[in-house]
Write a protein that binds this ligand. Structure first.
Ligand code: PLP
Length: 395
């Protein structure tokens, strides 16, 4: 056995949980995706999706994807820089720039590769990058690819952020990168205070709106819009894999930043462009977002209802202010167990364990879509309460 194989053969954690019958990953969906899905011949209520607008099976979006496939084909066989630019890529970029409120936008094949490709092109040797310690893995990977000095501050602790800013050379570029909505905890970045500090220390701010678009701001423009801070935030990125019912991502900023990224972001110029189907789906979803505000309104109605009910039932839900509701378990084995028990009761939720959270903060993540009904939420909360009590997570 080679050295690598020998080392990796010792990784048996997944098998241990499989033997216990609680392994929670790669569960297969074999139906269309909505608030109810079919899994292994069984109907399950879906509370694990990021499809906040509930648009993943919208007929108009499906039709747009099919029409684009018929017109352009199934792939682009090249990067945006060379042969992979379609007119619909450019259309989507224009519409996104206008929607977000920036000069220009660039679309990438995934949201992950926006952060991974853009961040290292913004700062280099002699500069600083400062991140919240709960930033998404794609931001962490983007940060790791920079030659800038890497600084981190305790989650949403603005005094800690200021201390990091004070460590920086006053004349150096200082890039602060945060999630607008933290993807596991559901709380918001303190953008007003971050912008105050940006101005005080002459920093640059980059906000990841993956979970903000659709959910917050006017017609779902995101958290920057919600706080009226779009102009003050220098760079805004988002993804199509959540509210926009597709896959892909974008970055929006002023003309000069975009001009630089268009010719330097490695995941833009060296990665094949997104499929015609994915691009057309995102365009159609963006139109629906702007013409059907009732989706966002309903999402907030049911979110407020669920937040109130979870609190009344005694769940520990942290500081969430969004349709992402963390139900803290604070024990890895029980987190897997409660995920399995809920699944057996017909409720799909996602377990969150390190490295997605701190070891003492394991949780199950309950996420809402605009199309969930109060009855579905009540059913899920009753079942979850039963499971949490059985495991004595709630006494
Ligand atoms: C905050 C955040 N940023 C970026 C991404 C990456 O986006 P995508 O999965 O669309 O590539 C995610 C995905 O989960 C995310 O939660």
């Amino acid at each position: 056995m080679g050295l690598l194989q020998e080392k990796l053969s010792k990784f048996r954690l997944p098998q241990m949980y499989m033997e216990k019958g609680v392994y929670p990953y790669f569960r297969e969906i074999d139906s269309h995706q909505d608030t109810e899905v079919m899994m292994d011949g069984k109907k399950v209520l879906m509370f694990g999706s990021n499809s906040y607008m509930g648009l993943t099976y919208d007929q108009r979006i499906i039709d747009a994807a099919i029409a684009a496939t018929r017109k352009y084909g199934t792939g682009c066989a090249g990067s945006r820089l060379l042969n992979g630019t379609l007119d619909i890529h450019v259309q989507l970029e224009k519409e996104l720039a206008e929607f977000i409120g920036k000069d220009e936008a660039l679309c990438f094949s995934t949201g992950f590769t926006v952060n991974e490709g853009v961040i290292p092109q913004l700062v280099g040797r002699g500069d600083y990058i400062i991140c919240d310690d709960r930033d998404h893995a794609s931001i962490v990977d983007g940060r790791r690819l920079t030659f800038a000095t890497q600084l981190k501050y305790k989650h949403n602790d603005m005094e800690a952020l200021e201390k990091e800013l004070q460590k920086c050379e006053p004349d150096a570029i200082k890039l602060i990168v945060v999630d607008s909505v933290f993807s596991m905890e559901g709380d918001l970045a303190n953008l007003p205070e971050i912008i105050r500090l940006k101005k005080k220390y002459n920093a640059t701010v980059y906000v990841d709106e993956a979970h903000g678009v659709g959910v917050f701001g006017r017609n779902g423009r995101g958290v920057c819009d919600h706080f009226g801070l779009t102009d003050e935030v220098d760079i805004i990125m988002g993804t199509f894999s959540k509210s926009l019912a597709s896959i892909g991502g974008f970055v929006a900023a002023d003309k000069d930043i975009i001009n630089w990224l268009r010719h330097n972001a490695r995941s833009y110029i060296f990665q094949a462009s997104s499929t015609p189907a994915a691009t057309a789906a995102a365009i159609e979803a963006l139109h629906i977002l702007q013409t059907e505000p009732e989706r966002q309104e309903n999402l907030w109605k049911i979110t407020n209802y669920a937040l109130k009910r979870f609190r009344e039932c005694g769940f520990e839900i942290g500081d969430t202010e969004s349709p992402i509701i963390p139900l803290y378990v604070r024990d890895t084995d029980k987190t897997f167990l409660v995920t399995k028990m809920a699944f057996d009761e017909g409720v799909f939720i996602n377990p969150v364990i390190p490295p997605a959270c701190a070891p003492q903060d394991t949780l199950v993540r309950f996420a809402l879509m605009a199309t969930h009904t109060k009855e579905q939420i009540d059913y899920a909360i009753d079942k979850l309460l039963k499971c949490f009590k059985e495991l004595e997570i709630i006494k």
